[in-house]
Design a protein around this ligand. Sequence first.
Ligand code: SF4
Ligand code: SF4
Length: 441
Amino acid sequence: MQTNFSPAQLADPDVAESEKILRKCVHCGFCTATCPTYVTLGNELDSPRGRIYLIKDMLENGRPADKEIVTHIDRCLSCLACMTTCPSGVNYMHLVDHARAHIQETYKRPLLDRLTRATLAYVLPYPQRFRAALKLARLGKPFIGLFEKIPALKPLAAMLKLAPASIPAASPMALPGVHARQGTKKGRVAILTGCAQSVLDPAINDTTVSLLTRLGVEVVVPPGEGCCGALVHHMGREEAALASARQNVDVWTRSIEQGGLDAIVITASGCGTTIKDYGFMLRLDPAYADKAARVSALAKDITEYLASLELPEPVSKPGTVVAYHSACSMQHGQKITRQPKELLAKAGFIVREPREGHLCCGSAGTYNILQPEISARLRDRKAKNIEATGASIVATGNIGCITQIASAASMPVVHTIKLLDWAYGGPRPDGILDESLVAAE
Ligand code: SF4
Ligand code: SF4
């Protein structure tokens, strides 16, 4: 694509980066077919190609964002299916991240939208605040129907609907410390304790620590870890995202220097995509660029790390049919497609893949709160495709997808690590009842 940026504009390294990305796009439109918002809404401006044109126009003309571009960029899930499909290697992720930061700087949203976004940015990345907010949400649940009738309050209704009826107790496993390995040493890793996941389902990281230590891996929970920054990054709050990235880079750099790390293990693929991008996000900061690149290189999804170990034979082979839902941040963001399915199959599960596996379930960070209607359409489509597999359990590697799919599917939805842990001698995951355990014929 031809571009027309002035030398003065290209002096801004973010604009220069976006210009490089724009020049790679050849307008072929292959990406439209796999874009969930284009498939759902049928509007070119809600396709990757349409958004690329809008972003190009805004950046080239040095214009503040307007209502039209904000509407179409807000509807983008950042699922990155377009990047998997694009034959020209267009880095849509970095382009849309830049557009979102530009929107945040130059566009004044309506008051309620600003309030909603500020609340999400204030609450979600902080486990204590999030836990308190979930308790408060119980009081608001009776008003969901009322809030749904008022367009500006639909995000609040979506938030209340997603809030679980009960909140598990915080896990002591997430406290800073070192979890000793059993048996012969296979490795030493840090684990990201995370933010929302540690409140909604602390058993995911507990299970990960338990399985890794049984396999001979020492697991460090370094003091000072925080949210990876993905939630605010996707809202265009660049400074907040970079502050989170710097904090975690400092924490993990200390761990690397103090005892060495083979990997930084991440159990939420949404966080993994962002941490693997720290090297890019902090490339312009001379104090952090090298350290961030080192952290990104060490970041591994738990399934990616497990696949690098020599695993023993599973203790039990359940033979249960599992539908594997590949989170967008797993398959498109990190290009991890093989490992989770191979690990599940090796552990004795019969793995089935739902139709339209490339399409997002509609969770996408805060998308299911900020765009509840499109999100619900994608969720129902995903649930229907999952049901059609005939599986008894759904496995996936991202807490957002677990919450989203569980709100529509008729079978239990669990993190992949819980099924693997179970096969390797851990307890049966909560919520999996005997009737879920029908072995494949
Ligand atoms: S990130 Fe997803 S929703 Fe956004 S343009 Fe690409 S395919 Fe469409
Ligand atoms: S597939 Fe790639 S090159 Fe083709 S229009 Fe989409 S982003 Fe541009």
